[in-house]
Design a protein around this ligand. Structure first.
Ligand SMILES: [Zn+2]
Length: 364
């Protein structure tokens, strides 16, 4: 879902009036917190009004709409709120997130989605299957919280009183058949979740070794290949323990993969540094974009042919039209998203630090 929203924002035409991107922390969703949000809006918008002057038409409407939304529509478990609004186009897109965000208010003619991209990267959705011989719990963990849980019981598990007159071997075989049937059912359910395409972070299994090994025998190859780790959580673990254990595993795995790819970007199928990444993006050769949390630069974007650049020219070198100054990292992310490239934020020290903190994997 967040992918669709990011894609929608990235492919929007430039707004004719102001485009507001707002991130606010709603950690404590009470009256005092709402007052703090109002104060933040007042201070930040006051500052912005001074700088944008007459281009602020419609801005007041957007601010009022945001204030109303905060007052009326915040869910109790929302920890961070991102709002994208273009009042002149009657566009208002709020996103209530279960994780905290960095307070940010930006006004331009395009959305600021860097934070969303970073949050999506830090909290990829993953499936967890907890299995034993007679029950199972399936979870979808997203943004560090459990999005849904399915409990599956094995109805055929023999009870003691069913076993009269059976030989020990018969009982054991019958029990194993029941476990297999149960594991097959759980494997099918897990495969359905994975096939919905919402488990970018992978699949996690949990259980006693014997059960997990038996269960894996029933997983289709495409699901088994997505397994990023095995946990040994208690079947009755609380949701908090489940999410903590999963989040650590998912983040560690995602970080490792991104770092491995970053190490290859200096090669023939990669580009590093703003100049080369911008050139590759303008040629629509970028397959994956990487930026560090510290990457930052100003640049420009042509209002007509949409190409990007760093040193602001008098006119677009490609089409001669007007160019507009912009946050270059935000512009790179929007272009990459609009082009269907993956967007990755790198938190750890890497080779990218020597190249202004940006790199790209190339399609050709
Ligand atoms: Zn141009």
């Amino acid at each position: 879902m967040i992918n669709d929203q990011i894609r929608q924002l990235a492919t929007r035409p430039d707004s004719k009036g102001p485009f507001v991107s707002l991130y606010i922390d709603t950690m404590r969703n009470d009256e005092a917190q709402k007052d703090r949000i109002r104060l933040f809006l007042k201070n930040e918008t006051g500052r912005l009004r001074e700088t944008i002057g007459e281009n602020g038409n419609g801005l007041e409407d957007a601010i009022r709409q945001i204030e109303r939304y905060v007052d009326d529509s915040l869910e109790p478990d929302t920890r961070g709120l991102a709002i994208f609004a273009a009042p002149t186009e009657h566009f208002f897109s709020p996103m209530q997130l279960p994780i905290a965000v960095r307070p940010e208010l930006a006004i331009g003619n395009r959305p600021h989605i860097r934070q969303l991209a970073e949050l999506r990267q830090a909290h990829p959705a993953a499936a967890l299957a907890m299995v034993d011989a007679k029950s199972a719990r399936l979870f979808l963990v997203n943004f560090g919280r459990i999005e849904f849980e399915v409990d599956l019981e094995n109805p055929d598990m023999p009870r003691r009183h069913d076993q009269g007159g059976w030989s020990q071997a018969n009982i054991q075989r019958h029990a194993q058949e029941n476990i297999d049937r149960h594991h097959q059912k759980v494997a099918d359910a897990l495969a359905r979740i994975v096939d919905q395409g919402r488990t970018r972070g992978g699949v996690i299994l949990s259980g006693q070794e014997r059960n997990v090994a038996n269960f894996r025998g029933f997983l289709p190859k495409r699901v088994d290949e997505k397994v990023i780790g095995v946990l040994h959580l208690d079947m009755h673990s609380g949701l908090e323990d489940v999410t903590t254990a999963c989040s650590a595993l998912i983040r560690g795995k995602a970080r490792g993969e991104a770092m491995a790819r970053v190490a290859t970007l200096e090669g023939a199928r990669g580009a590093v540094g703003f100049n080369r990444v911008v050139a590759a993006l303008n040629e629509r050769r970028v397959d994956s974009l990487y930026f560090t949390t510290r990457a930052s630069a100003r640049g420009w974007r042509c209002t007509s042919c949409r190409i990007l650049g760093q040193e602001v020219p008098l006119g677009c070198p490609a089409c001669g039209q007007h160019v507009r100054s912009c946050d270059l990292v935000e512009a790179l992310i929007l272009s990459a998203e609009a082009d269907g490239a993956t967007v990755n934020c790198i938190e750890d020290a890497s080779t990218l630090d020597r190249f202004e903190g940006v790199g790209a994997g190339l399609r050709f």
